[in-house]
Design a protein around this ligand. Structure first.
Ligand code: SF4
Ligand code: SF4
Length: 313
């Protein structure tokens, strides 16, 4: 197996930058360390994954990137800024920034696939791009690859840049020199814990997804949500950004350079009236290329009925 030189590493990072990625780092593709595995297993056993049943599966794949690509040597971790330059008007029901524009799965997949082809050409090694849905511990690998650290809000925080970043990975059989893992921590700050409207964040850095609005409004498709949700939902209908917006690391977030992540017309005009008058076919057409399509029509209607029923966010 060829062992790419430092020039190949620089070429890969430079190509990542030219594709718009804001950070790119390498980690050796060893199995996930025991402590991280134990933490994840405990989180599942305690039922803190809430309605995200998919989190229970593929634990062997999550543990070892070599299970995703035979002979894997390196996990390349990449971050793409999605912080918008324009925001919803005050009469629109709130959509989390990650769902403002075009579905990030589509955008990231295109960019990762292009980078993976480039890597294959210059290293003659195999690659496997992973976008969110692949069972890989993306924040773990991003920390190992030196991109940032995992904050108490459970987001990957890029020092000096914040947390409004999509993460993607390319697992490859190319042996690339690993970057230094990021050793920063949140220190004494606990702003996100205090800002969370539902008490979903814990001091030990875990999140109880069964109480997290981001999970409840998007992943839970029950006809009704627990009554207490109406007291804290504010004007949110898609996700929740509260534990990111309060984070000091996001105080100087700069806008994305990816036009696809700016808010669509549908998001800018997503009022209660607009949602109430929306038919299923209309929903499907409007959000065909949006992460909002993952909510389903009925879930958006349910959330809109609840939104603003309680106190403001
Ligand atoms: S997304 Fe919202 S509800 Fe979930 S942990 Fe963060 S602040 Fe709390
Ligand atoms: S708000 Fe403070 S504790 Fe929470 S993630 Fe940001 S730095 Fe860490």
């Amino acid at each position: 197996m060829p062992s790419p030189s430092i020039d190949i590493s620089s070429s890969i990072k430079s190509q990542a930058r030219s594709l718009g990625f804001d950070a790119c780092g390498f980690a050796a593709a060893a199995p996930v360390d025991d402590e991280a595995v134990a933490r994840y297993d405990r989180w599942i056993e305690q039922g803190q994954h809430g309605c995200m049943r998919w989190a229970e599966g593929h634990r062997d794949l999550r543990r070892d990137p070599a299970m995703l690509l035979e002979g894997a040597q390196t996990v390349i971790s990449l971050a793409l800024n999605y912080y918008p330059s324009r925001f919803q008007p005050s009469d629109a029901l709130r959509v989390a920034y990650y769902a403002y524009g075009r579905d990030y799965h589509e955008v990231l997949r295109e960019k990762l696939t292009e980078l993976a082809h480039f890597i294959e050409q210059i290293t003659h090694c195999a690659t496997r791009p992973c976008v969110d849905s692949a069972p890989i511990r993306e924040r773990y690998w991003a920390q190992r690859a030196g991109l940032g650290f995992i904050g108490r809000n459970n987001c990957l925080i890029l020092p000096g840049k914040g947390s409004f970043f999509f993460l993607g990975e390319i697992v490859t059989t190319a042996q690339l020199p690993p970057d230094e893992p990021c050793t920063m921590t949140c220190g004494d700050c606990g702003k996100c814990i205090k800002s969370c409207p539902t008490g979903a964040l814990h001091d030990d850095g875990t999140v109880d997804a069964s109480r997290c609005l981001s999970c409840l409004l998007i992943e839970n498709h029950d006809d009704e949500l627990p009554a207490w949700v109406g007291e804290v939902i504010g004007n949110r209908v898609v996700g929740c950004d509260s534990c990111q917006l309060c984070c000091p690391h996001n105080a100087h977030a700069v806008s994305t350079t990816v036009p696809d992540f700016e808010p669509t017309e549908a998001v800018m005009t997503l009022t209660r009236e607009r949602i109430a008058s929306m038919k299923p076919g209309d929903f499907k057409r409007t959000f065909a290329h949006s992460a909002i399509s993952r909510l389903r029509y009925k879930t958006l209607q349910r959330n809109a009925v609840l939104a603003d029923g309680g106190k403001k966010a």
